[in-house]
Ligand binder design. Sequence first.
Ligand SMILES: Nc1nc2c(ncn2[C@@H]2O[C@H](COP(=O)(O)OP(=O)(O)OP(=O)(O)O)[C@@H](O)[C@H]2O)c(=O)[nH]1
Ligand SMILES: [Mg+2]
Length: 301
Amino acid sequence: MGNREIIIKKIVLLGDSSVGKTSLIRRFVQEQFSDNYISTIGAKVSKKVVPASFEGEDFDVKIMVWDIIGSKGYLSTQSKHIAGADGAILVVDLTKPESMNSLEKYWIPLLKEVTGGILPSLLFAGNKKDLVESQEEIDMMTQMFKELESKYCDDIEKRVEGGHAGSLLTSAKTGENVEDGFYNLVISMLAANPEMDPMHRQIGVSKAKSIYETDERKTTRSVMDLIVVDLPHLVKATNKSTEILQDCIAKLGFSKDLPKPKDVRNFIDCVLFSASKAGADKEEIEKYRKKWMKPLGKMGL
Ligand SMILES: Nc1nc2c(ncn2[C@@H]2O[C@H](COP(=O)(O)OP(=O)(O)OP(=O)(O)O)[C@@H](O)[C@H]2O)c(=O)[nH]1
Ligand SMILES: [Mg+2]
């Protein structure tokens, strides 16, 4: 066997809340499934090395899988974490037709905006297949995904030729098609972009930055979005930040989709208290408290 080249690729999972993004990653990386639903806030990165063969060469593709908040409106958080993605898995809950509509209404336009109009390699995943009983429904959904593939996956003909479809019906619960889905996307990324293109990463980062800076923060949710984007800088680690955010939401028990002003104030207190326990700098903590309270003040809250 020849030398195996190591290639690093970034994949993001996108789709509405509760479609199963975290569960697909857990199934793929840890081979586990849980019925418990803890909504992701912020982002979490997992790693896995996928051995893959492409055009007669063997690769070890180290994929960084980014699990991103699914609540619509968390635009700054989402764009920041999408930046630099080589591939995206667009996830739909097969039992919720509105999650399918969201792809073309929200997720694909957002992805395009962040990547400067050029879509990265895509995989469409119709998840929770285990909950769909009739074959007729499965056939109908397969057909709808084929249409999305031909519309959005540029390389679809080549992919199908090689047996690597651009869409699959998956189940994070039974594991059906989960590994195949990730593998198909890996092959598509190798085909599309064997060399990493530093330019497209840079475009993504500056787009995300401009979305962050121009968002006027007129709603309580957009203030939450600001906190979610900023916290990793304060605690200096993405996964730790997500842990703090999720703990505070769980402790305070409010909806991140429709937070009340008092929820956001309590959230700021909780998050900063945890950040200080995690060793964040006192001056920095006060700086962020001011920054986050300011838009609330402007709303007269
Ligand atoms: N039956 C079934 N349930 C699933 C499947 N995938 C996820 N679930 C369940 O659906 C719920 C939501 O799953 P998550 O993976 O947390 O969804 P998510 O997309 O990460 O949601 P957010 O983080 O809120 O955006 C959980 O209760 C899971 O156990 C699946 O393939 N089959
Ligand atoms: Mg999640």
